[in-house]
Write a protein that binds this ligand. Sequence first.
Ligand code: 3HC
Length: 294
Amino acid sequence: MATIKKVGVLGCGLMGSGIAQICAQAGYDTVVREVEQKYIDKGLGGIDKSLGKFVEKGKLAAADKDAAMGRLQGTTSLDDLADCDIVIEAIIENAQLKKETYAELDRIVKKDAIFASNTSSLTITELSMATARPKQFAGLHFFNPVPLMKLVEVVRTILTSDETFDTAFAFAKSVGKDPVSCRDNSGFIVNRLLVPYILDAIRGFEEGIGSIADIDKAMMLGCGYPMGPFTLLDFVGLDTTYYITKVMYDEYQEKRFAAPPLLRKMVLAGRFGRKSGAGFYDYAGEKPVPFDQK
Ligand code: 3HC
């Protein structure tokens, strides 16, 4: 197995910053790249806050927080990832942009480094073919919020070498996660099961099975889920979910992966969920208010 000492992360948004955080916490020198300095500042600010929460709760020593922050380097230049042993990409879910970025990265990063994508639905095989190292390419799919969620789906394509897969799997463990092994099928394990469920919640609501609050409450109290489907949709982001449905429907051509009209309308209306202040709930007040109660 290859030895990982330095980690590169592409993207410092919700997922990228979480991934960078846990890598730095685990002791890796971590370089995180964004397209503009303002996104780096925002992402690193979020990491500082998250680590601060762990210190407050006595789960992390203040000195370890400082050490983790010290291992993080923000950059706007891909060149700064040249000597990384693994690069994890967590930029927006746009296949073309990802492929262009990987192609550029392939010319910059040392030849024996592993590339991984945090994509939730795109095919890893397609992304890997944008590089000259498809054998050293795997999926590392983390879950939101990354510092709290234990799972990582480690995805192998038909081209991924055993050494790359084993290194990626061991790496996921080394950052404190409990990984599972997946084949490169759109949605892997979790989204393959989760996406039809949350889309069915929207369809059920459209058909009048219950209010947004009651559907959420039913799934929390009836199934022991930590969040109901609408709270989860707002948490993941409706724009992100909509994009995932397009990719998965395109791949499987099955109705269960197709976006219900209401999801599309919410996205068209700019109601992206928590991140935009409103989705299936409004977040302007003290407590979230379901939009069907207005
Ligand atoms: N860093 C540090 N602390 C954090 C944090 C972070 N990033 N995010 C939340 N916390 C803290 C909260 O601030 C809170 O602190 P407090 O107790 O001081 O208020 C604490 O963690 C617990 O949060 P909650 O009070 O909200 O309590 P929960 O017990 O509900 O835990 C949760 C939160 C872990 C998010 C839980 O609700 C949960 O598991 N929800 C489901 C999440 C889920 O399903 N994620 C997967 C989404 S799908 C996905 O990511 C795949 C993608 O491809 C779409």
